[in-house]
Ligand binder design. Structure first.
Ligand code: SF4
Ligand code: SF4
Length: 342
């Protein structure tokens, strides 16, 4: 058992937990290895990746590198969805239909550099953030579902053997949630946690209705003897890079923490460097997950390594710089005291 097995658990309990979200639709394998290596070295407790065998192999390469250098190993979490979910989509369009005079706003807004003039969307690089969809004045860009079917969860989890699984769910989908959980548990893999990702935006429900939804998931997890993490998605991920989004997850936390079911809370969706400054409570026991902002921070290093046909873990100087930058993002959370003093 890795040395930090217990520290991952205690970080969850004390609210100093930090997770890296690689993206449920991100299939850019070299960048996944590097993201896991950089943020694992920086100190995250968990990395969350797509439930895909190639993606998991890339993530494990990064995590094994962390273990070999630092004798610590973040948990590997894979994400699935019990129904339609924007985290599990890809953008696509046919470049041949684009007028020559188009100023290509889609290219400019894509944070993953996943759109090229000639090829359109490069599927592996697109992580489904959705920014390009409204950017096209001709509405040529469509979203495509990238969802795994519930019936396939068990077989996949038994092959992947993750430490934790996250189920993306939505109001009114308790039956689908239970079917997903049962399918996952058919794998017989012992999970440290089952994270439940369920936000408010886009569903038109109040926080007390969200609380009821979470309690129904809690009762379901209890029936199957599973421990939860409650991921509070303040904003859909398309908002997670702009600095003005930092308050959304905190507002949701303030509304929900008194009425949420037992188990650790984790902020997500709209989280960024400024999020910690919005915490007012002296009893903030919530951890945090960083997605787009974490990826964007080290993207210049990933691009530079790619130009040299290398992974970032093969470029020691740039790697150290990337780890320093990652630490700048996550250290305030790792050092946060559960009493709310930073
Ligand atoms: S903007 Fe987002 S959804 Fe569009 S191609 Fe880039 S990563 Fe994919
Ligand atoms: S904005 Fe629309 S029309 Fe212009 S390049 Fe992008 S997809 Fe094509």
């Amino acid at each position: 058992m890795p040395q930090n097995h217990f520290s991952n658990k205690s970080a969850l309990e004390s609210g100093t937990w930090v997770k890296l979200i690689c993206g449920a639709s991100n299939e850019d394998l070299p960048s996944i290895t590097d993201l896991c290596a950089v943020y694992g070295a920086a100190g995250v407790h968990c990395v969350d990746v797509a439930a895909d065998i190639a993606v998991v192999a890339a993530a494990r390469e990064g995590l094994n590198w962390v273990e070999s250098k630092f004798e610590k190993k973040p948990w590997l979490m894979v994400s699935v969805s019990d129904g339609k979910d924007s985290h599990f989509r890809k953008a696509s369009f046919e470049p041949k239909f684009c007028p020559k005079e188009c100023s290509q706003p889609c290219l400019k807004v894509c944070p993953a550099n996943a759109i090229t003039q000639t090829l359109g969307v490069i599927e592996d690089l697109c992580y489904g953030c959705g920014r390009c969809l409204p950017a096209c004045p001709l509405e040529l860009i469509k979203e495509e579902n990238n969802l795994l079917e519930i019936k396939d969860f068990g077989a996949l989890v038994s092959k992947i053997k993750p430490d934790a699984v996250e189920i993306h769910t939505a109001p009114g989908r308790i039956k689908e949630f239970e079917r997903s959980l049962k399918a996952i548990l058919q794998s017989k893999v012992e999970l440290e946690r089952v994270a439940v990702s369920c936000g408010l935006e886009g569903h038109g429900i109040t926080q007390s209705e969200l609380s009821k939804e979470l309690w129904s998931r809690y009762e379901c997890l209890q029936r199957y003897k599973q421990k939860a993490i409650w991921q509070l998605d303040g904003r859909p991920m398309s908002g997670d890079v702009g600095s003005g989004t930092a308050r959304a997850a905190i507002l949701l936390l303030e509304k929900i923490q008194a009425i949420a079911p037992p188990g650790p809370l984790q902020l997500a969706g709209g989280t960024n460097k400024k999020t910690i400054h919005h915490i007012k409570s002296n009893h903030c026991l919530a951890g945090i997950a960083f997605g787009g902002v974490a990826r964007k921070l080290i993207q210049p290093f990933l691009i530079e390594a790619k130009k040299q046909n290398k992974k970032l873990i093969e470029c020691p100087e740039a790697l150290n710089q990337a780890i320093n930058m990652a630490q700048g993002l996550i250290n305030p959370w790792l050092r946060k005291r559960s009493g709310g003093n930073f």
